[in-house]
Design a protein around this ligand. Structure first.
Ligand code: 13P
Length: 251
C-alpha cells in the first residue's frame, strides 16, 4: 500500500529564523500525522529547521544539490553537506531548475544517481509546459523525462525515488489540472515505470501531483487511484493552508 506523501517546497522564501519559527509551528500540528510529511526550506535554513524537526516524524528535504560530491563548484551545495544536516530527501529536476536555470535531463540524472548512491531519497520532478500540452506532447515529454532522469537507477534504488508530476502551466498560477487530467498523466507515468522496471515496482511507487494544490482541491486530487501525494509550493508557506493539506482525509 502506498502511503500518501505531502511535501512542502518553500522555494526561495523565509530566512533561517523565519523558517525555524514556521517549522516549530508545523511540528506542533503535524508531528505524528498519518501521512508522510516533508519540508524543504532553502539551503540557508536547513540547519535551523533540522534542529526543530529532530526526533519528529517530519522529513527534512533540500530543494536541489550539486551533481558532484565536492570540488571547484562555486555556489553549489554537495550531497555530503546536506546529509550532515539531517537531510533525507532531495527535490531534483524541479521545473524552475529546468526552465530558469537550464538543467537538462542528463544533469538531473547525475544528481538523482548521486543522491541515491549516498542513501538519500529523491523526488524527481517532471511535467510539460503549456506549449507542449497544447501540441499534444504530454506523454512524450513525461516519458522522456522519466526515462532519462532514471537512467542507470536500479530497481532496488528505485524504492527511494518519488516522482512528482508538476505541469509547468499549473505551478503558481492558480490553475490546477483537474483530478481526472492529472490522474491520466499519473497513469502514463506508472505504465512507463512498469515498462522500465516491473509492474510491482511501478505499483509500489509514490507519484505526487504538484501545481496550485490548496486545501479545497487536495481531497479531490488524492481521491484518484494514481495520485499518491502532493508537492506543494505557495500553500506550503502558511500554517493554515499547509496543515489541512498535509492532514487531508481520504474522500
Ligand atoms: P505551487 O503550489 O505554488 O503551484 O507550486 C508548486 C510547486 O512548484 C511545488 O514544487
Amino acid at each position: 500500500m502506498r502511503i500518501p506523501y505531502i511535501a512542502g517546497n518553500w522555494k526561495m522564501h523565509k530566512t533561517a529564523s523565519e523558517a525555524a519559527a514556521f517549522a516549530r509551528e508545523l511540528r506542533g500540528q503535524l508531528d505524528g500525522a498519518p501521512h508522510t510529511v516533508m519540508l524543504a526550506p532553502p539551503f540557508t535554513a536547513l540547519a535551523a529547521v533540522s534542529d526543530v524537526l529532530k526526533d519528529s516524524s517530519i522529513l527534512l528535504g533540500a530543494q536541489n544539490m550539486a551533481a558532484e560530491e565536492s570540488g571547484a563548484h562555486t555556489g553549489e551545495v554537495s550531497v555530503l553537506m546536506l546529509k550532515e544536516l539531517g537531510v533525507s530527501v532531495v527535490i531534483l529536476g524541479h521545473s524552475e531548475r529546468r526552465h530558469s536555470y537550464g538543467e537538462t535531463d542528463t544533469l538531473i540524472n547525475a544528481k538523482v544517481k548521486l543522491a541515491l548512491a549516498h542513501g538519500l531519497s529523491a523526488i524527481l520532478c517532471i511535467g510539460e509546459t503549456l506549449d507542449e500540452r497544447e501540441a499534444d506532447r504530454v506523454t512524450e515529454v513525461v516519458e522522456r523525462q522519466l526515462e532519462k532522469g532514471l537512467a542507470g537507477v536500479s530497481q532496488d534504488a528505485l524504492s527511494r525515488v518519488v516522482i512528482a508530476y508538476e505541469p509547468v502551466w499549473a505551478i503558481g498560477t492558480g490553475k490546477t489540472a483537474t483530478p481526472d487530467d492529472a490522474d491520466s498523466v499519473h497513469r502514463v507515468i506508472r505504465n512507463k515505470l512498469a515498462d522500465l522496471y516491473s509492474k510491482s515496482a511501478a505499483d509500489a511507487m509514490v507519484i505526487q501531483y504538484g501545481g496550485s494544490v490548496k486545501p479545497d482541491n487536495v481531497v479531490g486530487l488524492m481521491a484518484k487511484p494514481n495520485i499518491d501525494g502532493a508537492l506543494v509550493g505557495g500553500a506550503s508557506l502558511k500554517t493554515e493552508l499547509f496543515v489541512p493539506i498535509a492532514r487531508f482525509d481520504r474522500a
